[in-house]
Design a protein around this ligand. Structure first.
Ligand SMILES: [Ca+2]
Ligand SMILES: [Ca+2]
Ligand SMILES: [Ca+2]
Length: 570
């Protein structure tokens, strides 16, 4: 198990430190309550002599080592005086290789000696779990609020759990680079949902079918069972071709967006390499829906159902249904009817859905984005390192919670490091890293927190997970004009430590009605009222034209990205 305790081992205790002080103090007045494995690595005991014996020691009427001699004779185990410590207490070494049962018997025997007030194992204490991954020191986004006011407080959560291998988190995105060292052995087979262009009335398609049919899929076919990301770069010819089909799509380098999102959630951690993920054990289920110039909402909707394990006769079975579905993509329009139906079904099937609100600095209550503002979706806004509202984040009552998104050089310049491939077009060999910012990454942080909550308490329903996630969010700090508040950014800043603690809290008083596994929160009710003032379901974007394509929430790349690429480690 290593030095990080499991949630089950710690349930009921508020920290590693509490485990040491609460579990293992043995005194004549209390029965021992040893946790299994306590004898592992145990080298010494802390003895609190009885007050009378402390006086003997203080007066020099007993030698410091006398107590060890006395207790060895009593217990039949060889105890050696190691040192005197504060409070008149002593540290005694114990024989190596005691079993838990032998240790328990020894502690009981010593506790019964009249010269002893209390005895406890001199247990190993560990600092809050900090992974030795190369970039962890610069991952402010995961650090404690003391280190970064906008941080996720992941180390506190890792004291309870680093995740569970049975948790599946779906990343509905651009696909994945499964060979990345931070994702090795963590990626399930997944599926590629991107359909080919089949616009019968489009002259380009008729004229250049070989170029256009698989333009968006960029892998030479339509749907297939390989969600590997071939890159989504757009060159000037691509851009012009799309323009002639009525879609604006500026030239850009490949994003490898899904790889970044998957790594934030579940990068291999404690492997001395790359970044630390939030969940160190969960498995990623990649569902590829966005290729060159984005993707189709219809493909995303199919992917949502499939990811949750809902049968689709046109698709292979998903043998590993996701409990968390991350949607760091969307479009500027109200939640559609088909979209909402798929989301409701996925939540009913047991998945909690998380979506980025988008990066256009829009007021969601007048200009909604979807799927973030759909019901039964946790809508995530972005904060920067100091906990202030990121300049680009969409906002409004429709937002549920905030998480680290960082800013690029357009803001305070503090972005965050993620996994990527440094290929500008097609992927190249190696595992690389870059700096990014955006609500995409903010949403991924919330998915990671939910995944840890599930590991800590697998019984929680999606509605219960959402309720406890929001209830455990940290209050927004005062950042003056850049402040977030509950009207703009949601319930608070996602706090992994507090969320895992609340997930394990058996006394938590839920306000959900018992029969509603998928109860609505009051905030969602507010959203609904707001939305009645908007042209619900009309799928009109802000320019007033029908927009069938999803945007992939662009990762805002700072100049740092290129610099980092050039010194990326293999
Ligand atoms: Ca394909
Ligand atoms: Ca494919
Ligand atoms: Ca790593």
């Amino acid at each position: 198990m290593g030095k990080y305790p499991t949630a089950a081992g710690l349930r009921g205790f508020s920290s590693v430190f509490c485990q040491i002080s609460l579990v293992s103090v043995i005194s004549a007045a209390s029965a021992p309550a040893l946790s299994a494995g306590l004898s592992d690595n145990l080298q010494s005991l802390i003895i609190s002599p009885a007050p009378a014996y402390k006086q003997l020691l203080a007066a020099g009427k007993a030698a410091p080592a006398d107590l060890a001699t006395r207790l060895s004779a009593r217990s039949g185990q060889t105890l050696a005086f190691k040192r005197s410590m504060s409070g008149g207490n002593q540290v005694l070494s114990v024989p190596a290789g005691l079993s838990d049962a032998e240790l328990e018997a020894l502690l009981l025997s010593l506790a019964e000696d009249p010269s002893v007030a209390a005895v406890e194992p001199d247990s190993l204490i560990a600092p809050m779990a900090v992974p030795p991954d190369y970039y962890f020191p610069s991952q402010w986004n995961l650090h404690t609020p003391e280190e970064a006011a906008g941080g996720l407080n992941a180390p506190q959560a890792w004291n309870y759990t680093t995740g569970d291998n049975s948790t599946v988190v779906a990343v509905i995105d651009t696909g994945i680079r499964p060979e990345h060292i931070d994702l090795q052995d963590r990626v399930l087979p997944g599926y590629d949902f991107i359909t080919e262009f089949a616009l019968g009335n489009n002259y380009l398609l008729e004229e250049y079918p070989s170029y256009m049919t698989y333009f968006r899929t960029n892998d030479g076919d339509g749907r297939d069972d390989d969600p590997t990301d071939p890159g989504d770069w757009v060159d000037i010819d691509d851009s012009r071709a799309m323009m002639s089909m009525g879609t604006t799509c500026e030239p850009h380098e490949s994003s490898f967006h899904g790889t970044a999102i998957a790594g934030i959630i579940a990068a291999n951690s404690n492997n001395n390499h790359g970044i630390a993920g939030i969940d160190w054990q969960a498995q990623i289920l990649p569902a590829r829906v966005s290729g060159k110039c984005g993707g189709a909402r219809s493909d995303m909707i199919d992917a949502i159902r499939w990811a949750a394990g809902i049968e689709d006769p046109t698709l292979p079975e998903n043998p590993t249904p996701a409990r968390v579905i991350n949607l760091s993509l969307g479009s500027v329009n109200a939640c559609g009817f088909a979209e909402q139906e798929a989301i409701n079904e996925a939540r009913e099937a047991g998945a909690v859905l998380v979506a980025a609100v988008g990066n256009e600095a829009l007021n969601l209550d007048t200009t909604p984005t979807a799927p973030a503002t759909c019901d039964n979706v946790i809508a995530v806004t972005a904060v920067r390192q100091d906990g202030g509202r990121a300049y680009y984040t969409n906002y409004g009552l429709a937002a549920d919670i905030a998480a680290p998104g960082g800013e690029d050089t357009g803001g305070d310049g503090v972005s965050m490091v993620v996994d990527t491939n440094r290929g500008l077009t097609e992927p190249v060999d190696g595992s690389h890293f870059k700096y990014v910012a955006g609500t995409s990454v903010a949403a991924a942080h919330v998915s990671g927190v939910l995944s840890l909550m599930i590991a800590a308490n697998p019984e929680l329903t999606p509605a219960e997970l959402e309720e406890r996630l929001l209830a455990s969010a940290r209050d927004f700090p005062d950042n003056g004009v850049f402040s977030c508040d509950s009207q703009s950014c949601g319930a608070g800043i996602a706090d992994a430590g507090a969320a895992v603690e609340l997930a394990m809290d058996e006394d938590y008083a839920s306000s959900l009605s018992p029969e509603l596994g998928a109860a609505q929160t009051s905030q969602q009710d507010d959203q609904e009222q707001v939305r009645t003032g908007v042209s619900g379901g009309c799928s009109l974007n802000s320019r007033g034209t029908f927009d069938p394509t999803l945007w992939l929430l662009p990762l805002l790349l700072g100049a740092l990205a290129r610099r980092l690429r050039s010194r990326a480690r293999p």
